[in-house]
Structures are given as C-alpha cells and as structure tokens.
Write a protein that binds this ligand. Structure first.
Ligand code: GTP
Ligand code: MG
Length: 325
C-alpha cells in the first residue's frame, strides 16, 4: 500500500474507536472499505478464532463472557463478534441486548460488538471474515464468534473459525436438534453448559455416545471432547480455554490450520473476484452497454461479448470485431 490510510493505521494500533468504525463500514459496505481490509490482510491471521454456536438460550453469551475473563487473566486480548444470521443490519448494535458482557466494560483489551448486514447471508459470512481480519490486525489474541441458532447460516458463519465449540444444555433434546442441523460435524469441542441442571450426567453420556456412533472420535487425530461447564459460575471455563489451546496446537501440527486458512482465503478471493466481475457487467457501464448493443444488432454474440468483457480478448472491443469482419 502506497497510501497510508489513517483509519487503517489506527486499527493497527488497536484503537477501539477505529475498530468500531471500520467494522461499521464493513456492515455498510462503505466506499473504500475493501481497500482498507486488503491493507490489513497481511497483519491478520495471528489471533485464534473460536466459534461458539448452539441453540438460543444455551448460555453462549454467558460462556463467552467467562471465557473472555479467563483469557484476560492469562494476559490475552479478546475480540468478540456476536452474529445473528436471522437479523439484518438496522443501523446499530441490534444485538446489544444479547451480549451480556458487563464484566468487561471499560477494559481496553476487550472489544465486543454485534455484526449484521443487509441482504444475503453470504454477505454476513463475508462481513464476519472481514471483521475477523480487523480484530486480528488490531492485535486481538483470541477472537470469539458467537452465533445463535442451529441452521446452515450458523454453519457458514462459524466455518470462519479455527476452533468450533458447540454448546448444548441438558434436556429439551437440544443435542438432537444440534445434530440434525449438522452442527455435530463441525464441532471441534462440545460444551455441555448448565451442567448444574438435572439430567446433566445423562446428557453428557448421550453426547459421548453420539460422538462415538458418529465415528467422530479420533477422525483426524483430534478426539472431539465433551466438556461440562456452568458458565455463570465460571466452572469448567479454564479447562475449556486449555482445550481451545490444545486444539489450536493440534491444528498447527496436523496442517489443519493451514487447510482452513486456505479454504477461507479461497472463499475470499472468489467473493472479491465475483464482485469485480459483476461490477464489469453492470448496466450503464459503457463497455457493457456497447456489447449489449452489438449483440442486439447481431454484430456479435453473447459468448464473444462476455469474453471481451472479461478481458479474454483485451484488445478487441465489439466495434473493432465488427469492423474486422
Ligand atoms: N443454570 C444455569 N444457567 C445458565 C448457565 N449459563 C447461562 N445460564 C443462563 O441461561 C440464560 C441464557 O444465557 P445466555 O448466555 O444469554 O444464552 P445465549 O445462548 O447467549 O442466548 P442467545 O444469545 O439468546 O441465543 C441466562 O439466564 C443465563 O443466566 C449455567 O451454566 N447454568
Ligand atoms: Mg447470546
């Protein structure tokens, strides 16, 4: 980057206000935001991205708050992104009420916000990836994605994470629900929260059985563990953080961290390229309109028009092609 963008510089220094502004720009797809994210990309990729997902009310936010406190005690900085695929951007922190993190208020080592976007779910996944880049470039050691629900959208969002924790609770068949929605396959760690409730031991045994039956124990050398927590009391949270560390270490040794990074980067390149292609194919762009006219006047055909527009014949425009005939 030749130009030094002041906002980018402030994000690099980890300034909370700058992080907030840039993530808002991401949500709004503001002008210049893609260049800012690009400028930060090479400094990103250091923090450990952990996805926490599971049914509504399972205690994800309480757990994330406890994890944040535990990580801070270990001297780590934390960024939290709360993502609700069912809600669209409405110009503010619509999920503020879902985030119960008053313990961290005023700590400059913690940055918490909700992320939402207008429009398609793919846009949300993209906004989340970009927001992760921002938090990572801002130096956050632990980046937590909290997503509510158990559908495909959550699966898409948490696939940006290096470690995925699926939270379930005793009773109510939540575990079964999570499995139906395909969350079982994406879990690197299962958390049975509200372990203080009746039926915790039974639910724990059921989860263990399901993992065994699903053949997911020891698949790639990582035994998907089931941890019991009581999030409000912080019980089991240090163990959970240790487990996240162990999983990251495993991912690094097995090459899985790199594989996931490759997958995310391939997705990002595709999104970026798709956007650029679509921009070239906009009504009102002179070269596009020119090709439309040429095809309509039967001077050329859609295939050759498309090839020219995508630069496959960079020196041939429709009119030249016609003239050459
Ligand atoms: N008994 C018990 N209650 C808990 C525990 N953890 C969280 N809760 C309570 O469960 C309720 C829901 O907790 P949240 O942390 O908001 O759950 P969530 O999964 O983030 O909820 P959504 O974001 O709405 O999906 C709150 O009343 C918590 O106090 C726990 O370990 N044991
Ligand atoms: Mg929550």
């Amino acid at each position: 980057m030749v130009d030094v963008d002041p906002l980018v510089e402030r994000v690099r220094r980890g300034e909370t206000g700058a992080i907030a502004r840039l993530i808002t720009q991401i949500e709004r797809r503001s002008d210049g935001v893609t260049d800012r994210i690009a400028a930060l990309h090479r400094e990103a990729g250091v923090g450990h991205v952990v996805g926490v997902t599971g049914p509504a009310g399972s205690g994800k936010s309480t757990l994330v708050s406890a994890l944040t406190s535990a990580a801070r005690r270990r001297g780590r900085t934390v960024g939290v992104l709360a993502v609700d695929p069912s809600s669209l951007y409405s110009g503010g922190a619509i999920l503020g009420d879902r985030i119960r993190m008053s313990d961290q208020a005023g700590d400059p080592g913690v940055y918490i916000r909700s992320v939402a976007t207008r429009g398609a779910l793919g846009g949300l996944s993209r906004a989340v990836l970009d927001a992760i880049t921002v938090l990572s470039a801002a130096g956050k050691d632990l980046i937590v994605l909290e997503t509510v629900g158990v559908g495909q959208a959550e699966v898409d969002v948490v696939s940006a994470a290096q470690t995925v924790a699926v939270v379930s609770v005793p009773g109510m068949g939540d575990e079964v629900q999570a499995i139906k929605a395909g969350l079982l396959e994406i879990a690197d760690v299962h958390v049975l929260n509200k372990a203080d409730r009746d039926g915790a031991q039974k639910a724990y045994a059921e989860l263990k059985d399901m993992l065994r039956l699903g053949g997911l124990v020891g698949g790639d050398g990582w035994d998907v563990p089931v941890l019991k927590t009581v999030a409000g009391e912080g019980t089991g949270v240090e163990d959970l953080l240790d487990t996240f560390d162990a999983h990251l270490g495993h991912m690094e040794r097995s090459g899985e961290r790199e594989r996931r990074a490759r997958r995310n980067n391939a997705t990002r390149i595709r999104w970026m390229a798709e956007e650029m292609v679509l921009d070239r194919l906009r009504d009102g762009r002179p070269d596009f309109d020119h090709e439309v006219e040429a095809v309509t006047a039967l001077r050329t055909d859609p295939l050759h028009a498309a090839r020219r527009l995508l630069g496959e014949h960079p020196d041939l425009r429709a009119a030249d092609a016609m003239g050459a005939r």
